[in-house]
Design a binder for this molecule. Sequence first.
Ligand SMILES: C[S@@+](CC[C@H](N)C(=O)[O-])C[C@H]1O[C@@H](n2cnc3c(N)ncnc32)[C@H](O)[C@@H]1O
Length: 413
Amino acid sequence: MQFDKNKNVFVHRWYPFVEGYSKEFIEDILNELPFAPTCALEPFCGSGTTPVELQNHGIKCYSFEVSPFMHLLSTVKLGRKYNVETFAHYVKAVTNKLSRTSRNIRKIETLPFGDTIVKREYSRKWNFHDTAIDGILDIRHAIRTIIDDDDYKNLFTIALASIIVQASNMFRNGKCLSYKKGWETRIFNRKEIHNFFLDKLNSIFAEDIRIISQENPTVHNSEICYLGDVRKSIQHVPDGEIDLIITSPPYLNSRDYTDIYMLELKVLQLINSHEELRALRKNTLRSHVQVSYERITPIDNGRLKACLSEMSNNTSKTWNSDIINMICAYFEDMQFLFSAFSKKMRKGGVIYFNVANSAYYGVEVPVDYIIADIAESCGFRVREIRKARDLKTSPQQSDKIGKLRESVIVIDY
Ligand SMILES: C[S@@+](CC[C@H](N)C(=O)[O-])C[C@H]1O[C@@H](n2cnc3c(N)ncnc32)[C@H](O)[C@@H]1O
């Protein structure tokens, strides 16, 4: 299921997204369905695997994504209005511009916001060496000033996004960004950064644009890929129209996607202040503790209550009531979503819901079983909980809990 398989696949390879699933996951579902779906829903779009693959199969798909970066990535991958000549024209123009960059780019392009972006007088660590960020600002400036068509501007912005971590001093380390080994001495010059970008454009982007320019999609899922919190915006989907939902929500693992994609959000100026950052986090599904929520009463579910009670028996000095509140909030969000799905779906529709179990305070939370209960309480029938693979637990839980099940819940309406 893992996105890893997509890393050499047409369009999906434009930006490697660790938390996504493979296109085969979607294809296998389409092959096993006893009917031809006509209208699908993906509430947690991420890098767009579901709407992109369904578009490739001519299936309409409403999708929602709260992160402006992931939303941009998905709409660019869904766009498909690019042609070889215009693409080549802009590559040439941007290449020319990058051969004559301004000596002091920071006078015309603002640095991303935040104290850790570049070295300051008292910093011990910084995200980019000066020459690397200047190279990135050169590219951002060239895209902004040379390209006068939004579709291509966004396409080139994704090519820039795909080299940001490579150009930085960081790497994605599970739940967070960490510093690369030897980052202090590995310093890219401006030209090297330009070349990372131009190489990407001239290789995989150019190859894929050649294929895209011969395509003629029958559906355009980019027009129904919405930016925002699905809990607030699912009303865009007409009632009773959906016959297929394929999705993988954030897992109950305290991982905040805003943190993991922070460099892209800041460098592309999609987030420009702490207030904007807080607002984005507040709109994400409640699967992390980066923002605090009001006290939540657990939903009426026996398995959840049993877990919470066992956790409270294991109380130690590491007890954090925000975690308990997050667990309660997560299932409240799930209940809200399944109740909304029941309005949007048509009888006979199917949901494929990819989740993983979690562990806190030495207790395993059977997320798949609890979500299955929630689905049944909202009028669905759970056909099967299919095990996908085992995941490692966090080091704090590993002595008490073995592996954690990742599964796909197959649900009929
Ligand atoms: C596991 S990823 C989805 C991956 C996707 N299946 C793929 O293959 O790329 C979950 C996504 O849900 C998004 N998300 C979190 N809270 C959301 C919300 N309230 N509304 C919409 N999207 C949300 C996250 O930003 C993240 O991109």
